[in-house]
Design a binder for this molecule. Structure first.
Ligand code: GDP
Length: 193
């Protein structure tokens, strides 16, 4: 996929702000600092369209990126940051429910995990939460460049097992550093557009 046009349309906090032009949408979720912005920037060939996010105290928003005037990437605020207050966490939960439950143009979710580590409790919770809405999930296990080649299969297997990935979902090893997994990611995303 060649992205020739990318623009942030809105940083939304509630449903009434979501774009309503009916274009298909792919959401991107992941733990804070997992490498979600880097994944987005790598796929769309921009250095810094998706900002390095998720700093504590920063407003949590759903960022809608319109690509090629044809579809959206929706950057979902990161989860699992230890220092976030209970109130913030609740606000995040309400925003997620509202979005995932009602967004009819949402076709699939990319869930970013860190291939170096076993998926965390928060990752497992997020995967389960998304399955609850019957959404197709593309797990992108990033930071592949940090794993020696001989150990990759073992790490991928662990990601699949811990998340209990459904047979019709996807797991893609990826690196924003080397670009490995980029074409495969686009290939699968395109199926849902
Ligand atoms: P976000 O909070 O999920 O959006 O995470 P960022 O994309 O800002 O990435 C967090 C940190 O991980 C940054 O220091 C990135 O440079 C680093 N990072 C992200 N992806 C990769 C990757 O594929 N390989 C390596 N080695 N580092 C990465």
């Amino acid at each position: 996929m060649k992205v020739t046009n990318a623009e942030i349309v809105i940083s939304a906090v509630s449903k009434k702000q979501y774009p309503n032009d009916q274009l298909p949408e792919i959401a991107l979720a992941g733990r804070s600092n997992v490498g979600k912005s880097s994944f987005i920037n790598k796929l769309i060939h921009r250095k810094n369209l998706a900002r390095t996010s998720s700093k504590p105290g920063k407003t949590q928003t759903l960022n809608f990126y319109k690509l090629n005037e044809a579809f959206y990437f929706v950057d979902v605020p990161g989860y699992g940051y230890a220092k976030v207050s209970k109130k913030e966490r609740e606000k995040w939960g309400v925003m997620m429910e509202e979005y995932f439950q009602t967004r009819e143009t949402l076709r699939a979710v990319v869930l970013i995990t860190d291939i170096r580590h076993e998926p965390t409790k928060d990752d497992v919770q997020m995967y389960t939460f998304l399955k609850h809405f019957d959404l197709p999930i593309i797990v992108v296990a990033t930071k592949l460049d940090k794993i020696p080649k001989g150990k990759r299969d073992k790490h991928i297997k662990r990601t699949k097992q811990t998340l209990d990935v459904a047979p019709d979902d996807f797991v893609i090893p990826f690196s924003s550093e080397t670009g490995e997994g980029k074409e495969e990611s686009w290939g699968i995303i395109k199926r849902f557009l």
